[in-house]
Design a protein around this ligand. Sequence first.
Ligand SMILES: [Zn+2]
Ligand SMILES: [Zn+2]
Length: 126
Amino acid sequence: KPTNGLLWTWSADNPALGGDLQNMGAITEATAKMLSCDTTITKIILNTDGVPLDVGLKERLFTPGQRKALLVRDRGCIKCGAHAGRCQGHHVRHWSEGGPTDLDNGCLLCSSCHDDVHHHGWDIIM
Ligand SMILES: [Zn+2]
Ligand SMILES: [Zn+2]
């Protein structure tokens, strides 16, 4: 699991192009949100000279203690039951929309269910 986070760079000139994620190329806002549930993503706006103008998205990750508590409570993916080793922490209400990083707002999802939730409009009701 990456612990040092990912850089998501945007061109100030041409934001319509979308952001480029380090080593992954262009990604959508939904993908960025999914990854940032459980990974640090730093959004960086670059000017034409490649100089950062703005750095956004502060990390709100589950602490190791919270992660352990989620493992104990959920035991695996809450949607399909996949083993916890394949799971990521998910913010039911995304932190960028004001959702808190606490256990009531967190759950475990395997990567494919996590993808469904973010890209196909699944709602988690705790
Ligand atoms: Zn699953
Ligand atoms: Zn998520």
